[in-house]
Ligand binder design. Structure first.
Ligand code: FES
Length: 101
C-alpha cells in the first residue's frame, strides 16, 4: 500500500509497503520525526502521527493501551495514533499521516 507521511518541516514522503508496521516503514524510509525508540511495543510515543481525518476509517482508533500512552504526549489530537500499532496492509492505501514531532 502507498502510505504518505508529512513531516513537521512540511516534507511529503510517499512510501510503499506490504508488511510490518507503519513505524517500521517510516524508519526504513528515514521519515524525520519517527524514531520508534521502543522498537514498536507501544511504550515510547516517538512514532506518534496524526491521521488525516478523512483517512481515520482506514487506520481505525487506538487500543486502550495505545490511548494511555498517547496521554503522555502533549501534542495529542483526536486523530492521534502510534504508528507502530498500525499494521501495513492494502486497506491503508493512500493514507496520509502527519508526523507529530
Ligand atoms: Fe514506541 Fe511506537 S515505537 S510507541
Amino acid at each position: 500500500a502507498k502510505i504518505i507521511f508529512v513531516t513537521k518541516d512540511n516534507d511529503t514522503i510517499t512510501t510503499e509497503g506490504t508488511t510490518g508496521s507503519v513505524m517500521e516503514l517510516a524508519v526504513q524510509n528515514k521519515v524525520k520525526g519517527i524514531e520508534g525508540n521502543c522498537g514498536g511495543v507501544c511504550s515510547c510515543a516517538t512514532c506518534h502521527v496524526h491521521v488525516s481525518p478523512e483517512d481515520w476509517e482506514k487506520t481505525g482508533a487506538p487500543s486502550e493501551l495505545e490511548s494511555d500512552m498517547l496521554e503522555f504526549d502533549d501534542n495529542v489530537s483526536e486523530y492521534s495514533r502510534l504508528s507502530c500499532q498500525i499494521k501495513v496492509s492494502e486497506a491503508l492505501d493512500g493514507v496520509l499521516l502527519k508526523v507529530a514531532q
